[in-house]
Design a protein. Structure first.
Length: 267
């Protein structure tokens, strides 16, 4: 007799495309990207996800979509719903259909309608609050549409202006219960009152992006000073080399969509 499906942590990922060489760039100057090395780093990143208990759902490579490895921007996955975004960069809008197909096996799907824009990298969940970056990629109308989808489910949505970086999660991420890693030069800290803050090392302004999975923080190896600040606060840090993806304005949250879902039943 088949057993009931088990709840597992799922990570949706997509391989690095050769087209990454022509990725969208907003705040960084274009520098050469070693595609082979980027693919090796992405594979090691996936191994880190697996090691902390994620079951990988790998989307096929999208050879014509330069930024498609950065799947986080295509959806916001909550316990009750998945909201498929409308990315702020027009070149990225073709990424969402394949992501929606996968997420539809696990969640009810909602979407963001034109002309509004919303990138998943601008959405930070802390308990039942969604902080959403007002950035160059996410519009106020996109934030309002997101609120319309999630407020009936008991979530509060708060818009947070972002400046000097690509997304809200370039400026602040969750690294522990009620604890955020933040660069106050990129985002006002007032919206995060009541939470404990760890500030990035001033020499590492792009060091605020971290991925908390269970009791471990997956964190870029290129930011050793901030990693040490996290360790001094008692956090377990798993460093991964994503240096080639960083050249494309990527980071550790960008390369996966992580959520809890029901695994396929076993016979």
């Amino acid at each position: 007799m088949p057993s009931s499906p088990q709840q597992v942590r799922i990570a949706v990922t997509r391989p690095v495309s050769l087209a990454l060489l022509r990725c969208e760039l907003t705040h960084l100057a274009r520098t050469p990207i070693d595609i082979d090395r980027a693919r090796e780093q992405h594979a090691a990143y996936e191994q880190a996800l697996s090691r902390v208990g994620c079951r990988l759902e790998r989307l096929p490579e999208a050879p014509m979509l330069a930024d498609s490895v950065f799947v986080e921007d295509t959806a916001i996955v909550l316990d009750e719903i998945a909201v498929v975004t409308r990315p702020g960069a027009p070149s990225r809008r073709a990424e969402t259909d394949s992501v929606a197909d996968v997420l539809g096996r696990y969640r009810r799907i909602a979407g963001i309608a034109a002309p509004a824009t919303l990138d998943g990298g601008d959405v930070l969940r802390v308990n039942r609050t969604l902080y959403v970056g007002l950035s160059g990629r996410s519009s106020r109308s996109g934030i309002e549409q997101l609120a319309g989808h999630v407020a009936p489910l008991g979530y509060r949505v708060e818009a947070v202006p972002v400046h000097g970086c690509l997304h809200l999660k370039s400026a602040v991420t969750v690294v522990g219960p009620e604890t955020v890693l933040v660069n106050p030069q990129f985002v006002a800290t007032e919206p995060f009152r009541g939470l404990e803050w760890i500030e990035v090392d001033p020499a590492e302004p792009l060091g605020a992006n971290a991925l908390l999975l269970g009791d471990e923080v997956i964190y870029p190896a290129s930011k050793p000073r901030t990693a040490e600040r996290l360790r001094r606060r008692g956090l377990v840090v798993c460093e991964v080399d994503v240096s080639e993806l960083e050249r494309a304005e990527g980071a550790v949250t960008c390369c996966s969509l992580v959520f809890v879902g029901a695994d396929a039943p076993q016979p």
